[in-house]
Design a protein around this ligand. Structure first.
Ligand SMILES: Cc1ncc(COP(=O)(O)O)c(C=O)c1O
Length: 482
């Protein structure tokens, strides 16, 4: 009998947390007992600020266009969404990236599950994947579910969780096929710099290993200038060895829209599309217009307001002109070029592009989007800075680099059972948290290292402060209880 149990302990631990902390009945129960103090979610990993309404309105308006709903758009996703993603990647990478390199999915989760299947060499073949620990648990779960043996690596270096590239390489075996890298690494917010990525890609090329790059939170609030892994891989003559997944869920605060993508070698994309037909013969209808605006927003130059403490990255900023979204910019040209051969097959495409181009080209749209990002960055900068005020109770994690997750320690809870404590924090204090064993290793491993948990700080400052105050009060009481 097939089992639905995924052989990856951190994933199962997270499900055990969620079985209480996200159960609707439990929420109702808490709400009934504490009508005046709603639950504060400090760690679902969701961006609880507002999305850019220009993007939402544009996508919803476009959803009236039969171009996006009148037919299945195919298991590799709508052409317009694929062109938007391809144009963005091609603008940075020194290799041509076309629609044949992109598959649009219902979120990055679907992309990860799909690509894990596609990268497995088949039954009987040894297949090992290397993962940093702690990291996003769905990646390990997807790889384990596809049949990979997982090697989790934690850094031995002081002051960092993210393993160095040398440490990742040292954990590889003769059977290693995949290394998973997350920018910014969830839950610690760390990332690799360009030199480290170059070294990783060079090694991967020599050993025919695929680097699976999860960029889901790359464009949350960094000031731009993140190293672009596909460009590095192209320079190192290994572009086909990088698979990139991305999503709008975190960066645009719309996880319910289910919009993600996958960029890879065209052969792999074609094979994945064949398999995807089984699950998703079409991408979500909103995905294509939303991706068009999202990729334009990602390319808007970063002004850096509110970014004083954010790392400046290694590469120059994005390339659009005059800080404006202009229909004549490089990205838009590429989108048009990529779509040109398909007009005859997609009636209505020309009209849609004309309307979209006119809207995206207005200063009002450009300023709205840039203002939204600046304001998100300011909220995040303020929230993360305020962590310092909790001294020894909530010990801050690695410095902020642009994401909204951080990995803190609650020394008062060292040695406590992580699952039971997490459920108590929710049931008794109305604060949802996700402790370290959800991100790698076992609960007993973490008991030896301290009580760590992820805090997600993309939420209105007053809610954030309320959550921290509850956490601090809980630490005092739970440690007094022994
Ligand atoms: C690193 C990372 N990758 C992928 C995902 C999945 O995002 P989605 O499926 O909503 O696009 C998440 C969500 O928490 C994440 O943090």
């Amino acid at each position: 009998m097939p089992t639905l149990e995924i052989p990856f302990a951190p994933w199962r631990f997270m499900l055990a947390v969620d079985a209480v902390n996200y159960a609707l009945g439990e929420q109702v129960d808490y709400r009934t007992r504490h009508a005046a103090d709603p639950v504060v979610n400090l760690s679902s990993g969701v961006n609880l600020t507002e999305p850019p309404w220009e993007l939402v309105d544009f996508a919803l308006g476009a959803a009236r266009d039969p171009l996006f709903w009148h037919d299945y758009d195919g298991p590799d996703g709508h052409l317009v969404g694929r062109a938007a993603v391809a144009a963005y990647e091609a603008t940075w990478a020194g290799v041509p990236v076309g629609v044949e390199n992109v598959l649009v999915t219902a979120g990055a989760s679907a992309a990860l599950a799909l690509v894990a299947r596609g990268l497995h060499p088949g039954t009987g073949a040894g297949a090992h994947a290397v993962l940093p620990a702690p990291t996003f648990p769905l990646a390990g779960a997807a790889l384990a579910d596809a049949g990979f043996r997982i090697g989790e690596v934690t850094s031995e270096e002081p002051d960092r969780w993210l393993p160095t590239v040398d440490e990742l390489i040292a954990a590889a075996t003769g059977d290693t096929r995949v290394v998973y890298v997350n920018t910014f690494n969830n839950p610690t917010g760390e990332r690799y710099d360009e030199a480290e990525l170059r070294k990783l890609v060079g090694w991967a090329r020599e050993h025919r290993v695929t680097v699976l790059h999860d960029t889901v939170s790359s464009d949350v609030a960094s000031v731009g200038g993140l190293p672009h892994l596909l460009s590095i891989a192209a320079e190192e003559d290994y572009p086909g060895g990088v698979v990139t997944v991305g999503s709008l869920s975190k960066s645009r605060a719309v996880p319910g829209f289910r919009i993600g993508w996958l960029v890879a070698d065209a052969d792999l994309i074609a094979r994945l599309a064949g398999f995807n037909e089984l699950i998703a013969p079409s991408s979500p209808g909103l995905a294509a217009p939303a991706l068009l605006m999202d990729r334009m927003l990602a390319a808007v130059p970063h002004h850096g307001r509110g970014s004083a403490t954010v790392d400046d990255g290694d590469r120059g900023p994005a390339v659009l002109t005059d800080g404006k979204l202009s229909t004549s910019d490089e990205l838009w040209h590429r989108v048009e070029e990529l779509l040109r051969p398909y007009h005859a097959g997609l009636p209505g495409l020309r009209g849609f592009l004309d309307r979209a181009g006119a809207l995206l080209g207005t200063p009002a749209t450009a300023n709205g989007l840039a203002g939204w990002r600046d304001s998100l960055r300011q909220t995040l900068a303020g929230n993360v800075a305020s962590l310092a005020g909790w001294g020894e109770t909530i010990v801050a994690g690695p410095p902020w680099r642009g994401d909204f997750n951080t990995f803190v320690r609650l020394p008062a809870l060292d040695g406590c059972d992580a699952l039971a404590t997490t459920h108590r924090l929710f049931r008794e204090y109305g604060v949802q948290t996700l402790p370290a064993p959800a991100f790698g290793h076992s609960a007993s491993w973490w008991r030896r290292h301290g009580y760590f948990l992820r805090l997600s700080f993309a939420l209105p400052p007053a809610r954030w402060q309320e959550g921290l105050a509850r956490l601090s009060a809980a630490c005092e009481r739970l440690s007094a209880d022994g």
